[in-house]
Ligand binder design. Structure first.
Ligand code: PAN
Ligand code: ZN
Length: 193
């Protein structure tokens, strides 16, 4: 477990995240995410040859919960599964706790939706900060040709609900259209869970 004496400064290179002093490193490969992509034939084809890493994230959980802030860095590698760009699983927060995403490198989208039916898709570019209210499920998508890397900051009291997305998906899909255009389309398989 990484411990820091407060206050502290942390300098890190987003392109050398192996050195990030995380207390937890999570790797999501295609085999962990086959249920999340629409093109099941493409998933099976890719998995028969290799098991590509889709993204990785490094977390530092605040040890004095509920006080303080937890934070982490996510790197989504460039690529797509069929027409869908590489993306995170996405989740709801199950207890009150908003979150900030700050883009460090690359380009992507932040897909969000609330149970009340509000759907938002925001751009994430270096220098942009996105505010995610508690009630919104959130997923990030790498729409560029390079690694997409962002910093996330959240209160340590929250828990993550992945089940709802696993069962019902997001209402929107971010896909590669004609001439590599980034398109946001409706997900015909989305179910309210
Ligand atoms: C982020 C995410 C991270 C990975 O730190 O956990 O980007 O995405 P998934 O958790 O959906 O796999 C965050 O939103 N924390 O709350
Ligand atoms: Zn979150």
């Amino acid at each position: 477990m990484t411990t820091f004496t407060l206050p502290f400064q942390l300098d890190f290179d987003p392109h050398a995240l192996g050195e990030f002093p995380a207390s937890k490193t999570i790797i999501r490969r295609l085999s962990d995410m086959s249920a999340y992509y629409q093109d099941k034939a493409k998933v099976a084809e890719l998995l028969s040859a290799e098991d590509p890493t889709i993204y990785r994230f490094w977390e530092i959980e605040q040890e004095n919960a509920p006080r303080g802030l937890s934070f982490g860095v996510t790197c989504i590698y460039a690529g797509s599964i069929g027409s869908e760009f590489h993306m995170t699983k996405g989740h709801f927060h199950t207890s009150p706790g908003d979150e900030l995403y700050i883009t460090l490198s690359g380009r992507g989208k932040l897909a969000m939706f609330s149970r009340e039916g509000d759907v938002k898709t925001l751009d994430m570019l270096p220098g942009s900060m996105c505010y995610i209210p508690t009630a919104y499920a959130h997923r990030t998508i790498n729409t560029g040709a390079d690694e997409f890397i962002f910093l996330a900051v959240w209160p340590p009291s929250i828990a993550h609900d992945y089940e709802t997305i696993l069962k019902g998906g997001f209402p929107q899909l971010v896909v590669k259209g004609e001439q590599e255009a980034v398109q946001i389309i409706e997900n015909p398989g989305h179910q309210r869970v």
